[in-house]
Design a protein around this ligand. Structure first.
Ligand SMILES: NC(=O)c1ccc[n+]([C@@H]2O[C@H](COP(=O)([O-])OP(=O)(O)OC[C@H]3O[C@@H](n4cnc5c(N)ncnc54)[C@H](OP(=O)(O)O)[C@@H]3O)[C@@H](O)[C@H]2O)c1
Length: 226
């Protein structure tokens, strides 16, 4: 299958790209860090990389140029994200805007760029968080981050409805704690019960298989919170 993974320079996205490469899929791996993507390219067989800041609308041009070369998309995993850990009172409007740009607009831009290139039956998986799952425990310092993940969940439901004519299913996974740089920023004293590699197997298998079984669903994938 042909798979686009955003946020693939480290953490969960990198592990997803590596797992999909090892299991014989073609992967377009996207992130901003040139050096990390070049390393990933060296270590893998079926991966192509694209350096792009997906929070910016101009990033759509680079994605389109790549897909135009003949890469029809079966699976899109909107995994790119950032986290700011700051008290609500101290958060500026710029902090909120940056979080929405990185966590919501990145998925908007990449999905829009991929839309003309999806195969029928394609699957979009948005990587949300337990922090953005309605009714879950919430934590101080994460109001901006968690509200972006809640927005991504509702965007998932909206697109599941709006993209039916394209034959595309859209679901979101609300992840619990996974051992990455981001988790350390949010919860410096927490040791997560799962590694990025462990979570990557679940995300990849879900992305490859679940479009037949669900659409517009927000699923918690958590052993603990945080
Ligand atoms: N770790 C957890 O416990 C946890 C829990 C719940 C949800 N999640 C979600 O899982 C996803 C992956 O998180 P992680 O823990 O693996 O985080 P991470 O290690 O910080 O990795 C984040 C990835 O997103 C990329 N990225 C950030 N902003 C981007 C942008 N504007 N354009 C393109 N790429 C961008 C980063 O690459 P560059 O810096 O190179 O661009 C990096 O590859 C995120 O959406 C996160 O919110 C994680």
């Amino acid at each position: 299958m042909n798979i686009v993974v955003s946020g693939a320079s480290r953490g969960i996205g990198k592990a997803v790209a590596q797992y999909l490469d090892q299991t014989g899929h073609n992967v377009l791996a996207i992130a901003r860090s040139k050096g990390s993507l070049e390393e990933l390219l060296k270590q893998t067989k079926n991966i192509e990389v694209l350096i792009a800041d997906l929070g910016k609308e101009e990033s759509k041009t680079g994605v389109t140029e790549f897909l135009q070369k003949g890469f029809k998309v079966d699976v899109l995993i909107n995994n790119a994200g950032q986290l700011i850990n700051k008290s609500f009172l101290e958060c500026s409007s710029e902090d909120f805007l940056n979080q929405f740009q990185a966590n919501v607009l990145s998925a908007v831009h990449l999905t829009q760029a991929c839309l003309p290139y999806f195969n029928k039956g394609a699957h979009i998986v948005n990587i949300s968080s337990m922090g953005g799952f309605q009714g879950s425990s919430k934590y101080p310092g994460l109001s901006a981050y968690s509200s972006t993940k809640g927005a991504l969940a509702i965007l998932t439901e909206c697109l599941a409805s709006e993209l039916t004519d394209y034959g595309v299913s859209v679901n979101a996974l609300a992840l619990g704690a996974v051992e990455t740089e981001m988790l350390q920023k949010a919860f410096p004293n927490v040791k997560a019960p799962l590694t990025a590699e462990q979570m990557a197997t679940f995300i990849s298998d879900f992305a490859l298989k679940a479009a037949t079984f669900c659409n517009g669903k927000i699923m918690p994938v958590a052993l603990s919170n945080p």
